[in-house]
Ligand binder design. Structure first.
Ligand code: COI
Length: 354
């Protein structure tokens, strides 16, 4: 590929890699040696650089801090059986980043810039990609407004950054979740489909209340009736009822998750019926009561496949059946892992080498 965007690299002279304890990785606390940084000024992306990971200097008046003009992505790179490193569906994340950018009046990132920055960064920090089962290099691309101006209008200047973190499992046990019927994550016509910072900040308070009640996460319901499932925490929600894989259809209030998309594709490959449609809390509770709900799980990049063991609804906790080795969530999780590590064929062309 021709280098369309020259990237200046300032290598870290004192790698922190040797100090890390890869056996006890906590999600999002350990950062690799370098980060990719590029600025948008005068209508174009310029000064692409790879720098040692570190603090950024920003104007205290930037509109990311005041009005939430900030977006991000979550993606992963995996150590391959042959020793190389490959990215999982990076163009899906690039595409979604630009959809989020459009919704937040931010400039798009050209594909070549995104992919070049990503590839060079991961190649430089390839030693940070963990190799134990279930591990990966979590990649956090993000963009924020940088104008020093507090008028409420889209910024004219932006910064796009990518940093990475070696990670293990996000959740280490099945989740207790409850339907949220008071607070709202996002309404139809809002920005719930975008990965803008405010969606996550505003979810913290209702989530904290649920955690005080002993749940790990919420299952968000729709803003107008509080009846229909939207997402669960930072994941898409997927249910298995009588062998059918059922998940809320995408809308302006639901994130188009890359893991969700991959799980549904693999379910179809396995010959299962997949239903993307409205799913009500009542349907899920009825299926729990009559024994037809076989599985419920969250699907997300950070969380991967996160089984749900308890669902709270109107003050009642409903236990899900134990997940056996042949459960769909187990099979699809294993199939995804095998594709991601290069141990199985990649019929959909999801993996991209760096
Ligand atoms: C991801 O799964 O990558 C997410 O964006 C969730 C994150 C907020 C931890």
């Amino acid at each position: 590929m021709i280098d369309v965007f020259p990237i200046r690299t300032q290598p870290n002279t004192a790698s922190r890699l040797a100090e890390q304890d890869f056996d006890h990785l906590e999600f999002g606390k350990v950062f690799s040696d370098h980060m990719f940084v590029v600025d948008y000024r005068d209508g174009e992306w310029q000064d692409a650089q790879i720098l040692p990971y570190g603090d950024l200097t920003v104007s205290p008046a930037n509109s990311a801090l005041h009005y939430g003009q900030a977006i991000f992505e979550g993606m992963k790179a995996y150590h391959q059986a042959d020793g190389s490193v490959a990215l999982f569906r990076p163009l899906d994340n690039w595409d979604r980043l630009n959809k989020s950018a459009e919704r937040m009046c931010m400039p798009p990132i050209p594909e070549e810039l995104f992919m070049q920055g990503l590839r060079e960064l991961i190649r430089l920090d390839a030693g940070w990609v963990p190799t134990f089962a279930g591990s990966s290099l979590y990649i956090r691309p993000f963009m924020f407004a940088t104008d020093g101006f507090i008028g409420v209008r889209p910024s004219e200047e932006y910064r796009f950054v990518i940093f990475t973190c070696p990670v293990g499992l996000y959740y280490n046990k099945p989740l207790r979740v409850r339907f949220e019927q008071k607070y709202v994550r996002s309404a139809e016509g809002g920005a719930g489909f975008a990965k803008n910072a405010g969606n996550y900040g505003a979810a913290m308070y209702p989530t904290k209340l649920a955690q005080q009640e002993g749940y790990n996460q919420l299952i968000w319901t729709d803003a107008s009736e509080h009846q229909y499932v939207e997402e669960s925490g930072t994941m898409n929600a997927i249910f298995v009822i009588e062998g059918r894989v059922i998940t809320p259809a995408l809308s302006t209030s639901i994130l188009d998750g890359v893991t969700r998309r991959s799980v549904l594709a693999l379910a179809r490959d396995m010959g299962l019926t997949v239903e993307e449609r409205k799913v009500s809390s009542r349907e899920i509770i009825a299926a729990l009561q009559n024994g037809t709900l076989e599985e419920a799980f969250g699907a997300g990049t950070a969380a991967t496949i996160a089984p749900i063991s308890v669902i709270g609804y109107e003050g009642h906790d409903y236990e899900l059946p134990a997940v056996g080795p042949n459960a769909f969530s187990k099979r699809v999780g294993a199939a995804l892992d095998a594709i991601r590590t290069g141990e199985a064929a990649d019929p959909h062309g999801w993996m991209v080498g760096v």
